[in-house]
Design a protein around this ligand. Structure first.
Ligand code: FAD
Length: 288
């Protein structure tokens, strides 16, 4: 089964020397698993622009993982964003994850830049005019918190695909049935692009719970029970996290899913152990 699986990994750009070392250690560990691509996030409000660029470029030069650069519409006009996208193409980077992004913290509802892209669907249209990108977009099994309804959210996803996106990567989730119901609704809406589940191996349970409140992902009761008492026990927590993520993936595989996008949080062990439990093994000769 493992040879039928395709994985991609998401990293975030480091903000300190220690974090930088952790990132490249993660890349070293995960590259031999042969991911389809490795995406690098773009900090809220474009705050990590230079750091994202640096990591994407280094991954490209390193040659072991095909990088994908995240790009958001926040805080920049169309000309500026188009310039960034052209820069990626010139640097040989043609994979993008196109997002609207979030407003800067405590500034309330999202407001597009007056001369900017209105949302991710608009951004995808703009990128398609610039070049032959491979474009991933975001999808929300529990609907995006800004969305007026589930139907509107799926219509928004359809607009992103109709405007030229190649696949959708979902927000993380912990309830398989929830994803399967969403997949059915997406298909019923006539969206036939691949829907790749985003898998979050849980690094720190409390932090994940707080983040989930902000992004509208639900955390089921059984997960609280599973991580109970492990706050000060990182070793056991890691074992539980990897087996929880692998259980989720195994159930998805039973339902015909073959592609997974891992939110690695720049932690090598969690994603590596999860992939190992799925039967994937590193190809050390190719990665050398
Ligand atoms: P969109 O798809 O444009 O829309 C978000 C919501 O707004 C939808 O519910 C939609 O229905 C609604 N909406 C959009 N346009 C309209 C309209 N015209 N009228 C009414 N409603 C509308 N954030 C970052 O800052 N950097 C990253 O690197 C990053 N990477 C991510 C990767 C993945 C896989 C995912 C799932 C999310 C990521 N995010 C990232 C978070 C993302 O930026 C936020 O969730 C953001 O709030 C929405 O972005 P989007 O691209 O989904 O927006």
């Amino acid at each position: 089964m493992a040879e039928k699986l395709s994985v991609s990994f998401e990293f975030f750009p480091p903000s300190s020397e220690a974090a930088e070392a952790r990132l490249w250690n993660t890349v070293e560990k995960l590259a031999p698993l042969g991911p389809a691509f490795a995406s690098v996030t773009y900090g809220a409000g474009g705050t990590t622009r230079e750091r994202t660029l640096k990591v994407v470029q280094k991954l490209k030069n390193d040659g072991r993982m095909e990088p994908a650069a995240h790009l958001t519409c926040v805080g920049a006009d169309k000309a500026e964003i188009d310039g960034i996208a052209r820069g990626w193409l010139e640097a040989g980077i043609s994979r993008l994850v196109a997002l609207r992004g979030d407003p800067p913290q405590d500034t309330g509802r999202y407001q597009p830049h007056p001369n900017g892209y209105q949302n991710a669907a608009d951004l995808v249209s703009g990128l398609r005019k610039i070049g032959d990108f491979d474009i991933s977009v975001a999808a929300y099994p529990e609907a995006h918190p800004d969305s007026p309804s589930e139907v509107a959210d799926i219509a928004n996803l359809k607009a992103k695909i109709d405007n030229g996106a190649n696949r959708a990567i979902t927000q993380y989730f912990f309830d398989v049935d929830l994803f399967l119901r969403f997949r059915d609704k997406v298909a019923a809406a006539g969206i036939d692009a691949p829907l790749v589940p985003g898998i979050m191996p849980i690094g720190h349970f409390g932090r994940m719970v707080n983040f989930s409140k902000r992004c509208g992902a639900s955390v089921p009761d059984w997960l609280f029970e599973r991580f109970e008492g492990l706050d000060d026990d990182p070793e056991t927590r890691e074992l539980v996290a990897a087996s929880t993520a692998a259980d989720l993936c195994h159930r998805l595989i039973e339902e015909g899913v073959t592609d997974f996008h891992f939110y690695t949080l720049n932690v090598p062990s969690l994603t590596f152990a999860t992939c190992h439990l799925l039967g994937m093994r590193p190809n050390l000769s190719e990665a050398a």
